[in-house]
Design a protein around this ligand. Structure first.
Ligand code: CP
Length: 304
């Protein structure tokens, strides 16, 4: 079963294969569905990039998209996630893409449903397809990960992007630095060294900013002074290495994590990340679904 739940379930070889497939899709080539294959997108949390780049990826692959909205579904009548996915499987979905506010929502599904589950973000847990599109963006820029210094800035504790990226970047040979307010440090994420913001920015090949996740805070954090204390100001941007790039998974709190004028500056790869999201997700869907088509071929041969 080709689930994609966390980055640490993928070997380095599998990661490189997905990135190669993504590049192939970017060049206009690659596997497409021959038969009718249904994929359902279940988003229990808000999303613009992940949701629509999955939908574009699915349509480019020739898949039939079943869009599910929790507020118009029987979830409103108390149906559980497991019963919802089991229902979609019963009526013909061949895979599900799920974003959910519960960390490790997939523990309720793995081994109990027979279709691939793709994690589009679980609470403060993991965001593997964001991580893959980030890796694709870094690889396009530098050709490799080894010996790069990548600093991750901000709300580390609540960030599924930081969790997914820090582990895999370290595993692929990069050096990870963390920077941000002490209250948002994450003792469980041991893949980076905490340093002061100016030091992190001066040392980095990639400056990766994170959104302040107000929706996951018990007390609303003040955005006042955040840019000056912890964010990427125009003064700090001038301190970056000549070749260094700026990344942010977005949505961006303009003028908080980053000065609004830097979002589309020459160093910024923020919109490139979004573009790459379609190709990375095409590669992930291919990995999940190719097996189904092969099984259908076997079935056809068995029948005729
Ligand atoms: N980066 C990201 O996950 O964006 P969305 O929440 O808009 O999907």
């Amino acid at each position: 079963m080709s689930n994609l739940l966390t980055m640490n379930q993928l070997t380095n070889e599998e990661i490189h294969a997905i990135l190669e497939d993504a590049e192939q899709y970017k060049s206009g080539q690659g596997w497409k569905a021959l038969d009718t294959v249904f994929v359902s997108n279940l988003f229990f949390e808000p999303s613009t990039r992940t949701r629509f780049s999955f939908e574009v990826a699915e349509k480019k692959l020739g898949l039939q998209v079943l869009n599910f909205t929790a507020e118009h579904s029987s979830v409103q009548k108390g149906e559980t996630l497991y019963d919802t996915v089991k229902t979609l499987e019963s009526i013909g979905a061949n895979a599900v893409v799920i974003r959910h506010q519960q960390d490790h929502f997939f523990d309720d599904l793995v081994g109990k449903v027979s279709i691939p589950v793709i994690n589009a973000g679980d609470g403060c847990g993991h965001h593997p397809t964001q991580s893959l599109l980030d890796l694709l963006t870094i690889k396009q820029e530098f050709g490799q990960f080894k010996d790069l210094t990548i600093s991750i800035h901000g709300d580390i504790r609540h960030s599924r992007v930081a969790r997914s990226n820090a582990e895999v970047l370290t595993r692929l040979g990069a050096r990870v630095l963390f920077s941000g307010p002490a209250k948002w440090q994450d003792p469980l994420n041991t893949y980076g060294e905490y340093v002061e913001v100016d030091e992190a920015i001066q040392q980095s090949d990639v400056v990766m900013l994170l959104r302040i996740q107000h929706e996951r805070h018990e007390e609303k954090a003040s955005a006042q002074d955040y840019l000056q204390q912890y964010g990427l100001t125009k003064e700090r941007e001038k301190q970056m290495k000549q070749h260094a790039i700026i990344m942010h998974p977005a949505p961006v709190n303009r003028g908080v994590e980053i000065d609004g004028e830097l979002i589309e500056c020459e160093r910024s790869r923020i919109f490139k990340q979004m573009e790459n999201g379609v190709f990375a997700r095409m590669a992930v869907l291919k990995r999940a679904l190719q097996q189904i088509e092969q099984n259908q071929e076997v079935m056809k041969h068995a029948i005729y």
